[in-house]
Design a protein around this ligand. Structure first.
Ligand SMILES: Nc1ncnc2c1ncn2[C@@H]1O[C@H](COP(=O)(O)OP(=O)(O)OP(=O)(O)O)[C@@H](O)[C@H]1O
Length: 345
């Protein structure tokens, strides 16, 4: 692991402030993420974790201003250095920025290639749509990246999507995200189609390319094992909120939010002990059941008191570069063996 130990000193390439996204369901709007404030520092990999439905993909899409109907960005800002305010860009400006300044691999993007064109032609299309002058150079870089991903570069560039396995397409998704030399890289579940060995190899390459190009990288995953291997900083989401954010090692060793603690305990690869790994009890809320007042985690939290029903805890820094949103005492959460409430599944 090559984790840095602080979030505070690095310069932020991406600054998200009070970002809120609503989805409309049967005529009523519900917040999928609420007042998210987060910096993605240059040269750092930030892991975004949380159970299914916590709002991770919505946040990743909102960073690119790519939320579509029935959703909308209803508040807040996303500032990217060298690009400006992303939520204020026109559709044309957005097309130019996506892929070039902002590289991304969205969930299931291994299924979203053009079935009628070879991968090489699609790389050329990408280059042309971003006014790349040196197209042979672009192909060369794509081939080199593919080879670093453990693929036969020439073969995959000459292939059509249907000739490639899910794992190969997933690696190529990462090649597409990196080939235009983006400064910000957003990867949503980049290794889910890979077996554990390939996953480790691809994570290593992401880390190398990230360091060579001094990127700001966000990796979205529900897999704490993935982020424990690669992330410098971690942001933990629950019910559309960031509930803890700080240096990865510190957060993994001494979680200070009851939800982070439960999430880590449920991950055998981190505890290193299958027998001691405990399933996270209870279920996360969906959009219609997220509490409107108080702490969103209180119904599953072993530390909840009356104050958690009455007021929502703010995400506040309790030591440099480490923030959490919880009313309970930090030391108590860190030292107590308490597990979350709920019906053990
Ligand atoms: N297009 C949509 N219309 C309505 N609700 C949506 C839409 N997309 C997402 N949601 C809801 O918004 C909430 C957040 O979803 P999101 O996909 O961002 O979570 P996630 O943490 O990325 O989950 P997963 O790990 O399963 O992808 C969920 O309750 C989800 O059902």
């Amino acid at each position: 692991m090559t984790h840095n130990t602080t979030t505070a000193s690095a310069e932020a390439e991406v600054r998200v402030r009070d970002l809120t996204v609503h989805y409309r369901i049967e005529g009523t709007e519900y917040p999928a993420i609420a007042s998210v404030t987060l910096d993605l520092p240059r040269g750092r990999i930030t892991g975004l974790v949380g159970e299914s439905g916590s709002g991770k993909s919505t946040l990743a899409l909102a960073l690119m201003n790519a939320i579509s109907e029935p959703g909308r960005v209803s508040g807040g800002t996303v500032h990217v250095d060298g690009v400006g305010e992303v939520t204020a860009l026109s559709a044309k400006q957005l097309r130019a920025v996506r892929g070039s300044a902002l590289g991304y691999v969205f969930q299931a993007s291994q299924n979203s290639m053009n079935p009628l064109r070879t991968i090489g032609r699609q790389i050329l299309d990408l280059g042309r749509s971003h006014d790349v002058k040196d197209l042979p150079g672009l192909l060369h870089r794509a081939r080199e990246l593919a080879e670093r991903m453990g693929l036969d570069g020439k073969r995959v560039l000459d292939s059509y999507q249907h000739e490639l396995s899910g794992g190969m397409r997933q690696r190529l998704g990462i090649v597409f995200a990196l080939v235009l030399n983006a400064k910000v890289l957003i990867l949503d579940e980049p290794t889910t189609a890979l077996d554990v060995l390939s996953q480790a190899a691809v994570l290593k390459i992401i880390r190398e390319v990230h360091e060579e190009n001094h990127l700001s990288t966000l990796i979205v995953t529900h897999d704490m094992g993935v982020v424990s291997e690669i992330a410098d900083n971690l942001a933990v989401m629950y019910g559309g909120r960031i509930v803890e954010h700080g240096p990865a090692l510190e957060l993994l060793r001494a979680p200070s939010h009851p939800y982070t603690k439960a999430l880590i305990r449920a991950t055998a690869r981190i505890t290193g002990d299958l027998a001691s790994a405990r399933a996270l009890p209870g279920r996360p809320p969906d959009l219609t059941t997220i509490p409107k007042t108080g702490c969103v985690f209180r119904e599953r939290c072993a530390f909840a008191t009356d104050v958690c029903t009455g007021s929502e805890p703010r995400l506040e820094e309790f030591r440099p570069g480490h923030r959490r949103a919880c009313h309970a005492d930090v030391a108590l959460v860190r030292t107590s063996p308490a597990t979350p409430k709920g019906d053990v599944s």
